[in-house]
Design a protein around this ligand. Structure first.
Ligand code: HEC
Length: 147
């Protein structure tokens, strides 16, 4: 008799946790989560491709050049400021020469529309090879951070 009461209590608890709690609040939460993931994916718009090897001295040079330039007035490493987080730029573009060249030109000439409506000022005095080193650093962000 005791056992069957325990069984009933046990099964009704299970039933409640499967059916009861799964209703409203949980599914709303998961819908919100899916929306947040969708939003994040359409913000990042990751481009497929694998990273190419890049000389670590170039990456180091890029890091130093960024700290001496005005980049950090609009960018943060891992949070959006006026411009996208460096970690998000790293998530979008594979570290390939073609993207390094394109992004270096965007830094030099300025840009808008790739991440939203804010505008990146032009950096006409920046040499191409220096801008490319900066991009090499940004696109190595996750591999450096996880070390
Ligand atoms: C005046 C603010 C500002 C400054 C200064 C600035 N940026 Fe940006 N940056 C932005 C904004 C805003 C965007 C997003 C532009 C867009 O949506 O196309 C951006 C985008 C970028 C991108 C991605 C471009 C793309 O097309 O995906 C890179 C790379 C970048 N910045 C690097 C730099 C570096 C390196 C420096 C320093 C030399 C720098 N930024 C200085 C505001 C700035």
């Amino acid at each position: 008799m005791k056992r069957s009461i325990i069984k009933i209590v046990f099964y009704s608890l299970c039933f409640h946790s499967i059916v009861g709690c799964n209703s409203d609040s949980n599914s709303k939460d998961s819908q919100l989560n899916i929306k947040a993931i969708d939003k994040r994916e359409s913000y990042i718009r990751a481009i497929n491709g694998s990273d190419e090897e890049i000389d670590s001295s170039i990456i180091e040079r890029g890091k130093v050049m960024i700290s001496y330039s005005d980049c950090y007035t609009c960018h943060k490493e891992d949070k959006k400021l006026i411009g996208p987080a460096f970690s998000d730029i790293d998530l979008r573009y594979p570290r390939k020469e073609v993207f390094i060249k394109i992004l270096a030109q965007r830094i030099i000439h300025g840009g808008r529309g790739a991440w939203g409506n804010a505008e990146m000022s032009a950096h006409p005095k920046l040499k191409t090879e220096d801008a490319e080193a900066m991009v090499a650093y940004i696109l190595s962000f996750s591999s450096i951070a996880s070390k």
